[in-house]
Design a protein around this ligand. Structure first.
Ligand code: HEC
Length: 224
């Protein structure tokens, strides 16, 4: 007599003779599951895995001399290395705008002030806490140095100062280099460069008892 249970029991459905075959098939299935390889787990080298194939013992291969990775052609050496004919460039290799200088100011204050100080005098907070002091950007030799030098120091580091190549992209390095020139000028402006209006304001500002805010306001208007 058939019961509800009989229909659920596979061995009774297959009949007694087929039961061992089903058991064997199930076992094979289980075994083959152990050999399964997923695509995300394929046999392959991860970066810098060792390898016996190559003489240098690493699977990572250097770029073949003379080849350029796609999108990585840096033929403009003035822009990418700050050098022309092996020497630091003396002029910025792009058109400077007010935005460039603003970007430079902002990036300088993020990355450089801790040591070089907001004025570039080399008295940043880290230095005041004991780090070896950098030279002031207002030193005579740094005022005369080609602007490409600043780009190179940011890119490659200099003495005790480490490289910022990994942290600051090329365009921002140049913006900072341009801003260092602004800092230098800010401490070394020649009064004879001022317009007559500006000269008058400067004279007013030095007059004792003149309310400073008024002078500031007029200066801001002249600057417009
Ligand atoms: C952790 C401190 C520190 C930070 C941050 C730092 N510098 Fe320097 N920098 C130094 C020191 C120290 C020297 C002097 C290195 C030496 O002579 O060994 C130096 C040297 C320099 C010089 C070279 C001066 C020369 O004599 O030719 C330049 C240019 C310069 N830094 C620019 C920058 C700029 C731009 C930034 C920001 C992107 C920056 N530095 C961030 C510490 C720092």
């Amino acid at each position: 007599m058939r019961t509800g249970n009989d229909t659920l029991d596979p061995s009774s459905r297959l009949g007694p003779s087929k039961a061992p075959i089903a058991a064997l098939a199930a076992l094979l299935l289980l075994l083959s599951a152990g050999c399964r390889k997923d695509m995300y787990d394929q046999p392959k080298y991860e970066a810098y895995d060792p390898s016996t194939i190559f003489k240098d013992g690493t699977s990572s291969r250097p770029q073949i001399a003379g080849t350029v990775a796609r999108g990585d052609l840096r033929a403009d050496s003035a822009y990418y290395e700050g050098k022309a004919d092996g020497k630091d460039v003396t002029e910025l290799p792009f058109q400077v705008t007010a935005e460039t200088l603003e970007l430079g100011r902002q990036r300088y204050q993020v990355f450089c002030t801790p040591c070089h100080g907001r004025l570039g005098d080399g008295r940043g907070m880290v230095v005041r806490r004991g780090f070896s002091p950098p030279p002031s950007f207002h030193a005579e030799y740094l005022k005369k140095i080609p602007v490409g030098h600043f780009y190179n120091v940011i890119t490659n580091g200099y003495g005790a100062m480490y490289s910022y190549a990994a942290r600051i992209p090329v365009d921002q390095r140049w913006a900072i280099a341009a801003y260092i020139r602004v800092l230098q000028y800010s401490q070394d402006a020649d009064p004879s460069d001022l317009t007559p209006d500006e000269k008058k304001l400067l004279a007013d500002a030095s007059e004792p008892g003149k309310p400073t805010n008024d002078v500031r306001k007029s200066l801001a208007e002249v600057a417009k």
